[in-house]
Design a protein around this ligand. Structure first.
Ligand code: GLC
Length: 622
């Protein structure tokens, strides 16, 4: 199993108007709360698109906005609710868009603002919101702000970045290091000062202590909201502020491998949260959602991102979930239980453009397709928002470069051969089995793996047992089943080392999810009575071919999935019959919806007290 290289790096180190406005106005109206007080984004599945790699409309080998627009029907059919597009602003592409040189435009390689507006409008037609990626921590060294900043020590943008004198003798101001390797300080010979860059040298950090920077960044978000975006994914939110006194970070010997401590004075400064609150205030003006790239150490750390009065990020991503890097029921259980008790709404993901694809991370080389379905069933049935990564739904795998000459990602170029970079998880979307997986008629910027011949949208659409069709079914279930949408999460059989099972319950209805995380067949007897569902009969909603339930015993094939509903009819009949029928035999030790008849008294057999077949018609179909 491969390691999550970039996440490892981050964890170890960082541990309009026009058509668009229509979406925001209308969406604001439709984004009312549901019966549970939930907002649209709480039920949503966001789909992350790496624009270079999704669909290439002009066949130049790099994806573009028109390409994305052409795939709206696919995304709608898949069953997602919104798209997050990683940066498509003008950029020298040193870090493939995370080095922005103009925050209010579209890079010509991806199209124009008019293409953007059309994409928003087309998304709206398909019920899909657009989330942009906002990079507030740093800009490109080619951004006019930085060009002016470095032009002289007295330029008007000088203080928009973090400039300091060196220690003399060619020594940088302190020992701070960059997440992309080496010192975090780069000398500008013309003005003989160093600028700070947490990431690549071409990505100088903006100075958030300067009110002009803060204003410019907040105005940027307003500008895009007016153009119709439904929110932002905020990049590197841990890193907005650094210690103004430039204390050295603790040396390796003192950090004991703690990635957060190693960056004590450069990430997770308390001031970050103040900036996030301000970004949120603007988001609230437009009823927009903020998703954060939040690498957190524990639940307390995650809680901080929600804000002390829920005035921080609505959806700080739970990267701790992605840290469970093996199929381990106890570990997932532990992690999910923690996040379920966090003070905000959970946001789950299993992959992104910085992490080795989940297909490789969890796959055992033999049952990879089954495991891909299992993982989809897991994170799409939890209580929380889901952020999918393009290609997960077809079982795309990493295609890592084999030679340094082929590496595009700066992390891979600097870190080779120890770190091969993130190219492997960013390869073109696999649409069909034609050349270049149907992504482009020209050789794409990154090569597709040979598995694209079988793992692609066209082939998988035709196979009822494909990963794609499985994902579609889970996504449809999540959308239509109230218990999956609104229900509480409650773990079952917590000592089972192999089968991860839980109940999602809502107003007397419940869905049970049972996932076999082992390579051998498993049975699990699930005590639903304990959870207030005494009838305990499961009706299959979605299961892998050899997985089923009898009563409340679930049989699962290796890496099998069973999702079943606790029979509503039975529960309702139980309750109503109890209410009408035989008060003397009632057990009222559950809440009203959990009322059960005293089975042995009522019925000669110790079976469920009512069933459609055995009951008089007046109790049916109530
Ligand atoms: C975030 C992005 C990553 C990028 C880095 C610097 O971690 O996800 O891709 O390299 O920020 O912007």
């Amino acid at each position: 199993m491969k390691i999550k290289r970039y996440q490892h790096v981050l964890l170890v180190l960082l541990v309009g108007l026009g058509a668009g406005a229509i979406w925001s106005q209308e969406a604001a109206q439709t984004r009312s709360l549901d019966a549970e007080g939930h907002q649209w984004w709480q039920h949503a599945v966001f789909y992350e698109i790496y624009p270079r790699s999704f669909a290439d409309s002009n066949n130049d080998g790099v994806g573009d906005l028109k390409g994305i627009t052409s795939k709206m029907a696919y995304l709608h059919g898949l069953g997602v609710d919104a798209i997050w597009i990683t940066p498509c602003y003008p950029s020298p592409q040193v870090d493939f868009g995370y080095d922005v040189s103009d925050y209010k435009n579209i890079d010509p390689m991806y199209g124009t603002l008019a293409d953007f507006d059309r994409m928003v409008a087309e998304g709206k037609k398909h019920g899909l919101g657009i989330i942009m990626d906002f990079v507030p921590n740093h800009a490109s060294d080619q951004h006019p702000w930085f060009l002016d900043s470095k032009s002289s020590r007295t330029s008007s943008h000088r203080d928009w970045y973090i400039w300091r004198d060196g220690k003399g003798d060619g020594q940088p101001p302190n020992n701070w290091t960059s997440l992309f390797g080496g010192s975090a300080w780069a000398l500008d010979p013309a003005t003989n000062q160093y600028y700070y860059h947490l990431f690549y040298t071409a990505q100088p950090d903006l100075n958030w202590r300067n009110p002009e920077v803060e204003k410019a960044m907040l105005d940027t978000t307003r500008w895009w909201y007016k153009r119709g975006v439904a929110g932002f994914r905020l990049d590197a939110v841990d890193a907005l502020y650094e210690d103004p006194d430039l204390h050295d970070n603790p040396p390796e010997s003192e950090t004991h491998g703690d990635p957060f401590l190693a960056y004590k004075y450069t990430i997770k400064r308390p001031e970050n949260h103040e900036a996030l609150r301000k970004i949120r205030q603007v988001a609230d003006e437009y009823d927009a959602v903020l998703i954060g790239e939040t690498y957190t150490r524990d639940i307390n750390d995650l809680n901080e991102y929600y804000g002390s009065h829920n005035d921080g990020l609505q959806l700080p991503m739970d990267f701790m979930f992605t840290n469970v890097n093996k199929l381990s029921a106890p570990e997932f259980r532990h992690q999910i239980a923690g996040v379920d008790e966090a003070k905000g709404w959970p946001a789950f993901l299993i992959g992104n453009h910085d992490i080795v694809r989940s297909y490789n991370r969890y796959g055992d080389g033999v049952h990879n397709d089954a495991i891909a379905k299992l993982m989809g069933a897991l994170y799409l049935t939890l209580r929380g928002t889901v952020i999918m990564y393009y290609g997960e739904e077809i079982g795309m795998e990493n295609n890592d470069p084999q030679r340094i000459e082929d590496v595009k990602d700066p992390i891979g170029r600097v870190g080779w051969p120890k770190m091969k970079g993130r190219d492997g998880e960013r390869t073109p979307m696999q649409w069909n089995s034609d050349a270049n997986a149907g992504f482009s008629k020209r050789e794409p910027w990154l090569p597709v793996p040979s598995s694209a011949r079988t793992h692609n949208v066209a082939e998988e659409s035709m196979d009822p047992n494909s990963i794609l069709n499985f994902y579609k079914k889970v996504l449809a279930l999540r959308r239509t089943n109230e218990a999956l949408r609104e229900g509480t999460y409650s773990a079952l059989n917590e000592d089972d080392p192999n089968v991860m099972s839980y109940l999602r319950s809502y107003k007397g209805k419940a869905v049970l999810v049972a996932l076999n995380m082992s390579p051998s067949p498993q049975k699990a007897n699930l005590d639903l009575g304990n959870k207030g569902f005494p009838s305990g009969i499961l009706k299959s909603l979605l299961a892998t071919p050899l997985s089923s339930a009898k009563g409340s015993e679930v049989t699962l094939e290796p890496f099998g999935v069973f999702i079943g509903e606790v029979d509503k009819q039975l529960l309702k009949l139980d309750r109503d019959h109890c209410n009408i029928g035989r008060p003397a035999t009632l057990r009222r030790d559950y809440a009203e919806t959990n009322c059960s008849c005293h089975r042995h008294n009522f019925h000669p057999h110790p079976v469920h007290c009512l069933s459609e077949k055995t009951q008089p018609s007046r109790f049916r179909n109530i």
